[in-house]
Every structure is written in C-alpha cells, then in structure tokens.
Design a protein around this ligand. Structure first.
Ligand code: HBI
Ligand code: FE
Length: 297
C-alpha cells in the first residue's frame, strides 16, 4: 500500500504502548488498496467466518449477514454506511487509527463509527496490537446494525463526553475499562451457552477459541462498577471475561446517572485483571494456566 497512516506518537502506559494517530477524518482510499491488502482481508474474513458459527452470538452472525460484506474485496465504507444508516442511523468515517478518547467519544455520541482506513500486512495476520481496518470493520461494525447495541454505543459516547467535561482522567479510565470488557472483549449468555460479542475477540483467531474454550481465564457475571474498577492489558488475551445476559443489560447500565459512581470509584483500589472477588458471580474460576508468575496485573 503506497499511502501510510499518519502515526503521531506512541504513549507508554501500564496497559502497554498505545499509538496515537492524527485525529482527522479521512476518505477511504479504496482505489489505493493493493492486491495484498485485499488478500489479507479475504484470508482473515474466510478464517473468522469459518470459526465463528457456534462461537459468535447469533445477533453478531445475523448482523454480518444483513451487512452483506464478502471475502472478495475490502468493503467500501460509503456502501456499508448506507445500510447502517437505514438500520440504526449509524455511519462510518475513515480515520488514521486509534483516537484520543475525547475524539472517539465525540464520534460515538454522533452515531459515527471511526474505522481505520489501512489493513495489517500479511506478516501480521495472527496478531496486531492496535485496531486496523479488519478489527474495526469485521469486529465492531456488524453489531451497529443491532438497535439495542447501537443505542448502547451512542449512550457510551455521550457518557464519555460528560465524564470528560465533568470528572477528568480517572473517570475516563473507568469508562475505558467498561468499553474494553464489553464492546471489545464481552461475552453473552445464550440458551445454547456462552457466546462472543466483543469485537476484539471476533476479529482474533486465537482469542475466538481461547475466550470460550480455555480453562485459564475467569468468566464472571457483568457488574458495572466491578468492570469499571478492573485493570486490563492491551497486549495479551484477557485474564477475565465479563458475561452479560443480553444487550439490554448493557444499555440499562448506561441509563443510570454516572455522577455518583465516579467519586465512589475514586475512593476504591483498582482490581487486578486476573482477580476473583468474594462478591463476584463466578461462572468459571480460571485455572490461570499459562499465565506468567504473579501475573494478576
Ligand atoms: N479509537 N479509532 C479508535 N477505535 C477505538 O476502538 C478506540 C479509539 N480510541 C479509544 C478507545 N477505543 C477506547 O480506549 C475506548 O475505551 C474509549
Ligand atoms: Fe476496537
């Protein structure tokens, strides 16, 4: 691919190194995608589509079907936006990559989902530590076709803007954890058992298996404040997955007034990613096998 994403810096945090890009909206340079770019899309698409039936939740699989994208070429954002706008009022905008929270919240609050315009290289097929086009388009965009989830995403963005204005960085960290353990790495309980809805899982071959099959991680019932206090790392599989009973549970969680929550959380310790608390609704207590020593991080 000739054009390069405009990365402006790498920020070292306790969650791992987080790249920051120029924050403007960019047109999807569809005609500049190379044969390799389309081949990377096709390989990842076919691999995940073969793996996800029986793993991804029915709402995700149905939404992917309704969106109608295919393996043969990288989809066009404007084409997908037409179907999305009709279904739930969402549209896609091209961006250079990961955005600062405030910019990201602003898009979500306006029912715009920012999609990275570049796709990973063929030598990054199995893992890339930041959101690329495949992660965003294949992972995040489908559930925006689901009315309840679409409302949750907008409510989340609006909550983020309020938190930004009224409560500062600590509250943002709480909200980022909420996003991480739901939108990115959430599990949902279906009649047939646990299923995946998190974009970070459905767009990852390894984690699509690990999240449901591995005995190592904890699987705990969703609780808003528990999630908002729980740390995570961006460069390894999750040590704990939180399980909702339905998207309306997520949406309901955003309908309460967050104002009293942030000061209450500010007075509490954050919770290590691998910890299990007395008050947890434990669906599966992880064996922690394969975790580095003392890795409760
Ligand atoms: N930026 N482009 C993009 N995509 C994301 O999913 C994203 C982001 N910036 C911040 C972020 N997600 C999370 O930290 C949210 O919790 C805000
Ligand atoms: Fe993401």
């Amino acid at each position: 691919m000739n054009a390069q994403p405009r990365r402006v810096e790498n920020i070292a945090t306790d969650r791992g190194v987080i790249p920051q890009y120029a924050t403007g909206v960019v047109e999807q340079p569809w005609s500049s995608y190379t044969r390799e770019d389309h081949a990377v899309w096709a390989t990842l698409f076919e691999r995940q589509r073969a793996l996800l039936p029986g793993r991804a939740c029915p709402a995700f699989l149905e939404a992917q079907r309704m969106l109608g994208f295919a393996a043969d070429a990288i989809p066009r954002f404007d084409t997908l936006s037409r179907g999305l706008r009709r279904a739930t009022g969402w549209t896609l905008v091209g961006v250079e990559g990961l955005l600062p929270e405030a910019v990201f919240f602003e898009h979500l609050a306006s029912r715009r989902f920012p999609v990275t315009w570049w796709i990973r290289r063929a030598d990054q097929l199995d893992y890339i530590a930041e959101p690329d086009l495949f992660h965003d388009l294949f992972g995040h965009v489908p559930l925006l076709m689901n009315p309840v989830f679409a409302d949750y995403m907008q409510a989340y963005g609006r909550g983020g803007l309020r938190a930004q204005r009224q409560f500062g960085a600590e509250a943002l960290l709480n909200l980022t954890r909420l996003y991480w353990y739901t939108v990115e790495f959430g599990l949902i309980r279906e009649a047939q058992g646990l299923r995946i809805y998190g974009a970070g899982i459905v767009s990852s071959k390894g984690e699509s298996v690990y999240a449901l099959d591995s005995p190592a991680p904890n699987r705990i019932g969703f609780d808003l404040e528990r999630v908002m206090r729980t740390r995570y790392r961006i460069d390894s599989y999750q040590k704990t997955y939180f399980v909702i009973n339905g998207f309306d549970e997520l949406f309901a969680a955003t309908q309460q007034d967050f104002a009293p929550i942030y000061p209450r959380l500010a007075g509490t310790e954050s919770i290590p990613a691998g910890a299990v608390l007395e008050c947890d609704r434990v669906l599966h207590r992880g064996t922690r096998e394969g975790w580095p020593e003392g890795a409760d991080a």
